[in-house]
Design a binder for this molecule. Sequence first.
Ligand code: LLP
Length: 469
Amino acid sequence: WAHDVARNDGGELAVGGVTVSELKERFGTPLFVMSEDDFRARARAFRDAFDEAFRELCGGVDVYYAGKAFLSVEVARWVREEGLRLDTCSGGELAVAQRAGLPGAILGLHGNNKSVAEIRRALDLGVGRIVVDSIDELERVARIAQERRAEGEAGVAKVMLRLTPGVHAHTHEFIATAHEDQKFGLSMAPFTAEDAAERGVDPELSAAEQAVDAAVALEGIELLGLHCHIGSQIFEPDGFEIAARKLLSFHDAMQRKHGITLPEMDLGGGHGIAYTPVDTPRPAAEIAQALAAVVREACGELGIGCPRISIEPGRAIVGSTTFTLYEVGTRKTVQAEDPQDSSRTLPRRYVSVDGGMSDNARPVLYDADYSAALANRASDAPAQLSRVVGKHCESGDIVVKDVYLPSDVRAGDLLAVPGTGAYCWALASNYNYLARPGVVAVSGGSARWIIRGETEEDLLNRDMGAAQP
Ligand code: LLP
């Protein structure tokens, strides 16, 4: 939950003093309800924790908020106002940043298949860095930079190279991104013979080393340094530490090989949050200090100065700032296996709400767990094992798999599902022709749309047949 979510004297849930029934009245349900103050506080906390831990070592840390978790024009402005930078991964996200008036210098561009138009747009905006994912892409960026130079524009692209340090972060497989057999990044392991033959390169050299060699040689490329992102929803610092060590020693080898200085290094995002009480993330300060200690030690061993470190947290900043507000429609009760003891059965209440997998695909995609609370009133009724489900035409359409809700939950009640700030609105769909919910920001006791909810009319407006009589 956001820090300013609490029950009022009447037992109703409120955020920053605004009650859920007021929110329902003004904005309808389903609704994403975000605490602006909480977002700002978490952004600052992350920045301060990492900045402090790394200040002596490399003058502080640049924190790039990963916009893929959730982005809107207002949020982009908050990010800047709180002294963070913004990581984008598409032309659309760059457009949001541009509309928010963010200077290009504080933007980064990611992605494993950036289009020519996206790269051009990034260079036109003067982005602080493009994180290059492959040798094909490096060549593409160089070509575009050279073309721009011929057109009389600034002809240098600031580039980081995304490497896969081979670390398996402890997380759900679909969101672990640093091991070799996946689409992202330049492998630090040697080339395959086929790939080497096709490219006419030395098979003894890793893709990462080939890329550094190429980046140093190519006109139009300014190589800032190395990048890695080892996964998402990670609780333990070990994975970050191993990756940092591997990157630093490669960084050192490349500096020596080419007689250059790589001024930066990015250690990615992936810091976990608590979705349910079993999740136990460490505070940002603890991760920052553990990481700083390892970086200090590795730089000492290698005898090198520490490059300027940056990180890219998304979920850890926005995840807990938001809850989704749903209205209960129908209920039914069945005999089900006891989640604590599979030899027993017990009654399970299915509680259907007015949204579902179209506003939160994470349970279906990643088997993600959430919790839920009766929001519009307090209840003394006994707790009953419940499953909160959506209204979509699929039995997998589950919002919260197992949760104890008061047994008197009924149609018209409001449920709040916390921790939906990251990768929920961002992954929303129009499945079953549902309009995607909007996002309301609450601050200073008042609420306003930051992204208006879609209407049926919005959907029909894009249906070209709808205009015909
Ligand atoms: N940097 C890079 C290069 C990334 O690919 C990501 C996330 C981040 C930073 C931010 O990671 P975060 O701090 O938010 O964990 N849809 C999945 C998560 C996908 C993460 C994709 N990359 C989910 O809902 O769990």
